[in-house]
Design a protein around this ligand. Structure first.
Ligand code: CA
Length: 257
């Protein structure tokens, strides 16, 4: 049984979601503030499989909550609820570490599908709690030590190596020597998209449509913030990139070597 935390200050909406999710077999807890959500999610005695996080909250908003979770090494899948017609909120949500989004108002069936999608993706990435904690706590010099029962999973991991770095799309990690950087699902998917089109120009529009599934007219410059972050991960000199190049007026191009 999967545990869902709902962070929503509109009580009737929180109650309705709880009722319907419980009817689907989920264990549900609701909180109405970002502060309460952070307290629960950073409590190591508590476990949640997915978080439904409203952006508009009193006190700390959803963006801040997601960012503080990721900074604290908490990588629970986050489905963010954003205001309709604000694509910039969606990108800001991903920047802050959300894994998926839904615009309000939404159909219950769509919410359930998105939650199931995040749970499946999490399973696919083998990120159960034990693994996630083990990865997070792993000492750099033990980087190769994995439980033997994970061997099968390792074989399925999709690895990409370039310039002394390895991206493990299965474990959502970027490894450089002994250094391990955790990636959010969205960071990994953006990198995967650029790498798949290695050597070719990828437009901002195609990134929006194919990675974020955004079809509206969005301020595509918002993507640039994401690229800046990825450059910090993969470039020796982020201000003078060798792999993740800007193609002026169009988009980006990934070069491996
Ligand atoms: Ca709200």
């Amino acid at each position: 049984m999967s545990a869902v935390l709902i962070v929503e200050d509109e009580q009737h909406l929180a109650d309705g979601l709880r009722f319907n999710l419980e009817a689907e077999g989920y264990t549900v807890e609701t909180v109405s503030t970002g502060e309460a959500a952070l307290a629960l999610l950073l409590d190591e005695r508590r476990h949640f499989d997915v978080v439904v996080l409203d952006v508009m909250l009193p006190g700390k908003d959803g963006f801040t909550v997601a960012a503080e979770l990721r900074q604290a090494g908490q990588f629970v899948p986050v489905l963010m609820l954003t205001a309709r017609g604000r694509p910039e909120d969606v990108l800001r949500g991903f920047e802050s570490g959300a894994d998926d989004y839904l615009t309000k108002p939404f159909e219950l069936a769509v919410l359930l599908a998105r939650i199931n999608g995040l749970l499946r993706r999490r399973d696919w990435f083998h990120l159960d709690r034990a693994n996630a904690v083990a990865l997070h706590n792993r000492a750099p010099d033990a980087a190769s030590a994995r439980p033997a029962d994970n061997k099968g999973a390792d074989a399925e991991h999709e690895l990409f190596t370039f310039a002394g770095k390895t991206i493990d799309f299965g474990a959502l990690e970027l490894r450089t020597g002994d250094q391990v950087v955790r990636l959010t699902l969205m960071e990994a998917e953006l990198l995967r998209h650029l790498i798949r089109h290695e050597g070719r120009v990828v437009s901002r529009k195609s990134l929006l449509e194919e990675v974020w599934d955004l079809r509206e007219d969005t301020d595509t410059r918002a993507i640039d913030n994401f690229i800046v972050r990825l450059r910090k991960y993969i470039e020796a000199e982020p201000a003078n990139p060798k792999h993740l190049l800007t193609v002026r007026g169009v988009g980006y191009r990934f070069i491996a070597g």
